[in-house]
Write a protein that binds this ligand. Structure first.
Ligand code: ZN
Length: 386
């Protein structure tokens, strides 16, 4: 008889628990219960599953206080490896991680603008070459892929990515054939939300509702709600990036007008800076990193462009926060490195408009993980493998 595994990959408890064991090992079940607030039965069922999979193991350690020695849990870091792939509009990065989530190798290539199937095949060839020269004898078990677009979760198909201009692309099917490994595809903002659970501050281990705002060329949101990744209907949700903020605003990549993305994404910041600079160097194109660097050197126009983005981030956050009331809002992407310039503006904007400040405590902070779409693809691979 086939055992039915009722574990749902959307459930974050397993990721949270592994994060805790990794950071605090050796750790006992009782300590896990105390730190996470999870019920002992829930902890036992997750721990037993992870032991069966060889991901963690038990051992005795520490002084005995006379009675029965508690057993401690450890992570079996090198039992297997996973691959993480983050497909971005300009750049695609991939990495090898062990089971503790430690990145061993990382590489970036340009995302080619041509045929997406051909690009995925050349990406896979690149990965295969890296594995055969550096990890020929390693046991790879899964691949997590994050993409900036709508994903059909069961088939791993990228339904639409306005920023990549890719449609109906069977990412899972192509990469599984090329890499001969199970591949799990997830929206980049959802992956980013997972990066905080997997690598974020342990003080937040009890947080059940977290909203991640991923600011890249586009703007996506990932939502962990009541301890689960919110996936909506079968086709993964696109988040709040296409929420309308200015009905008569600029035309968005989705075809509508005034979406949040047209005001607060990196593309929006870059365009704003270019408008401010319009009287000179028209042909020169700046990256978001360059604009942040200039702002930090005192370039007034760069500061103005970033401040305007911060206002729009705050504007959108206020609308979402009223509806969802998350415990923590995380802003990730390159712009989070300009927190010294934007953080107070975002917070002030939300505070001035938030209707229930005295009732609901709302923390807004920059991401604690660099390259969140890449780091988030690691728990996506691990979650599915366990
Ligand atoms: Zn839009």
């Amino acid at each position: 008889m086939k055992m039915i595994d009722i574990h749902d990959i959307r459930n974050i408890n397993q990721t949270v628990l592994l994060h805790l064991i990794r950071e605090r090992q050796p750790i006992s079940r009782a300590e896990i219960a105390k730190l996470t607030g999870l019920r002992p039965g829930t902890i036992s069922s997750i721990v037993n599953r992870l032991i069966r999979k060889g991901v963690i193991y038990e051992g005795a350690e520490g002084p005995s206080s006379g009675g029965r020695k508690p057993t401690y849990l450890f992570i079996n870091s090198e039992s297997a490896y996973v691959l993480a792939v983050s497909i971005g509009v300009r750049e695609t990065t991939y990495a090898v991680s062990d089971f503790t989530g430690r990145i061993m190798t990382e590489k970036a290539i340009l995302t080619s603008g041509g045929d997406p199937t051909a690009f995925l095949k050349s990406l896979a060839a690149d990965i295969r070459a890296m594995i055969s020269s550096n990890y020929a004898r390693a046991n790879f078990v899964a691949v997590g892929v994050s993409v900036p677009g709508l994903v059909k979760r069961d088939t791993g198909e990228l339904i639409v990515s306005p920023n990549l201009e890719w449609n109906n692309l069977p990412v899972k099917k192509i990469l599984e054939k090329e890499l001969q490994l199970p591949v799990y595809v997830e929206n980049d903002a959802n992956a980013a939300a997972y990066s905080e659970l997997w690598y974020g501050p342990l003080e937040e281990i009890k947080v059940k509702t977290l909203l991640y705002i991923l600011v890249v060329d586009g703007l996506g949101t990932g939502l962990i709600i009541n301890g689960e990744l919110h996936v909506g209907s079968q086709v993964g949700l696109g988040g709040f990036g296409h929420m309308s903020i200015e009905p008569n605003g600029e035309v968005c990549s989705c075809g509508r007008r005034g979406c949040w993305e047209t005001l607060a994404s990196d593309s929006a910041t870059v365009a704003r800076y270019h408008r401010l600079m319009s009287n000179k160097n028209d042909s020169e194109s700046f990256s978001i990193s360059e604009i942040i660097a200039r702002a930090n050197r005192g370039d007034e126009k760069a500061v103005t462009a970033l401040r305007a983005t911060a206002e729009f981030l705050g504007e959108g956050i206020t609308s979402i926060a009223h509806g969802l009331s998350p415990e923590i809002i995380v802003i990730g992407g390159e712009i989070s490195t300009a927190w010294n310039l934007i953080g107070d503006i975002v917070k002030e904007k939300v505070k001035s408009k938030y209707l229930i400040p005295s009732v609901a405590k709302l923390e807004i902070r920059p991401s604690s993980v660099p390259r969140p779409s890449l780091f988030g693809a690691i728990p996506i691979a691990l979650q599915n493998y366990f």
